[in-house]
Design a protein around this ligand. Structure first.
Ligand code: PLP
Length: 389
């Protein structure tokens, strides 16, 4: 008998030999600034919980109330019997918050990208995609069967050249991450709007790391640039700053209407549960009322970045609460992260192939939930590990 999985064993051995086999750590506590990982109590600088919503008592209460009223599941896909009043309420509230005509909610940010790109683009169409775009954009593009033209990261001179070369193609889309999560830099949306207007392209931004972070009260990157109504599609996630799970597409009513007809995750996968939706509604309500948490997160990020610079670290060119501590060397980054963990600081090393070879770093994610004491403990650990090298 042939061993049908022998090739997997070989591939896994390969990954291990290259140091690319992932060890997945296990959380034994809620995700917050102080967590228990693999049995050890540490300070968490790894999650995308920018506003501390993952364990927020108001969100938790909303989820519990929703479970009591609506149960734990929706029982069907949205188009058959899975759309609850809660889904519509969240979509309405998000649309108001984002100042767009309409919003459609999906099961995750990844699902939103897989939903929207193939619904709008097909064979013979051309998609211009930033070379550093998120994997879920890449997958959405592949599923669409459109021709994908990658442009150098944030290089709009090159982008315009490529768009011009394809100007005869009727249907064109420019797609970009809003915030690039490895470096914390942001996309030049005003420049993209100019090119898109000149050459008649649809525009789409995946603002997963910008929702709840950028713009007034966390309204996102389009709000940050005051481009309301000028960007066709905004994709967001409800799993990062919003602290729960889910994704959405925000934009013109006609596009969102089309997605309700054509988006495959809407048609063929069961909708988000009542608890998820209700806690997201509570998160939007909090942000509508007050920008205090968003401001606290930014103050924390500034404090941490400035102190790290004073300690002699290279923190890259981030303009967001993502702090890439550039160590360059792969082995050094892994060793540094391990020593931080020993000192009770959980911050991952990102190495090739996640980032380019020779650009290894420790990525520190700052949250409004961190106290000054947490940040000072991390700063102390960073300086101690550096001295001990
Ligand atoms: C995290 C992320 C996603 C995926 O969002 P989920 O809600 O976790 O599926 C999509 N796009 C970008 C740019 C992201 O950073």
């Amino acid at each position: 008998m042939q061993n049908k999985t022998a090739w997997i064993e070989k591939e896994i051995a390969n990954l291990k030999a290259q140091g690319l086999y992932k060890h997945v750590r296990t959380l034994e506590s809620p995700s917050g600034p102080e967590i228990v990982v693999d049995g050890k109590k540490v300070l968490n600088f790894c999650s995308n919980n920018y506003l501390g919503f993952t364990n927020n008592p108001i969100l938790k209460k909303a989820a519990i109330k929703a479970i009591e009223k609506y149960g734990v599941g929706t029982g069907a896909v949205r188009t058959i019997a899975g759309t609850m009043v809660l889904h519509l309420e969240l979509e309405k509230k998000l649309a108001e918050f984002k100042k767009v005509e309409d919003v459609i909610v999906f099961q995750s940010g990844l699902m939103a990208n897989i939903a929207v790109i193939p619904a709008l683009m097909g064979e013979g169409d051309v998609i211009f995609s930033d070379e550093l775009n998120h994997a879920s954009i890449i997958d959405g593009c592949r599923l669409s069967k459109a021709t994908v033209v990658r442009y150098p990261h944030n290089n709009l001179v090159e982008l315009e050249k490529l768009v011009k070369e394809n100007s005869k193609v009727a249907k064109k889309l420019i797609v970009t991450d809003g915030v690039f999560s490895m470096d914390g830099d942001i996309s030049n949306l005003p420049g993209i709007v100019k090119i898109a207007t000149k050459y008649d392209c649809l525009t789409m931004v995946d603002d997963a790391h910008g929702e709840g972070v950028l713009g007034k009260s966390g309204r996102g990157i389009v709000d940050h640039y005051h481009l309301h109504g000028q960007f066709d599609i905004e994709v967001g996630t409800l799993s990062k700053a919003f602290g729960v799970v889910g994704g959405f597409v925000a934009g013109k009513k006609i596009i969102v209407d089309w997605l309700r007809q054509k988006a495959r995750p809407f048609l063929f996968s069961t909708s988000l549960s009542p608890a998820d939706i209700a806690s997201c509604i509570a998160a939007v309500d909090i942000l509508k009322k007050s920008d205090a948490l968003v401001k606290k997160m930014w103050a924390n990020a500034e404090y941490f970045k400035n102190r790290m610079k004073k300690l002699g670290f290279d923190v890259g060119h981030s303009v967001t609460p993502i702090v890439p501590v550039m160590l360059m060397d792969e082995k050094l980054a892994v060793e540094f992260s391990r020593k931080l963990f020993e000192k009770g600081i959980f911050a991952v090393a990102l190495c090739y192939p996640t980032v380019p070879m020779g650009k290894a770093r420790i990525r520190v994610m700052i949250s409004a939930a961190h106290t000054r004491k947490h940040l000072d403990q991390a700063l102390l650990a960073f300086s101690e590990v550096k001295k001990g090298l």
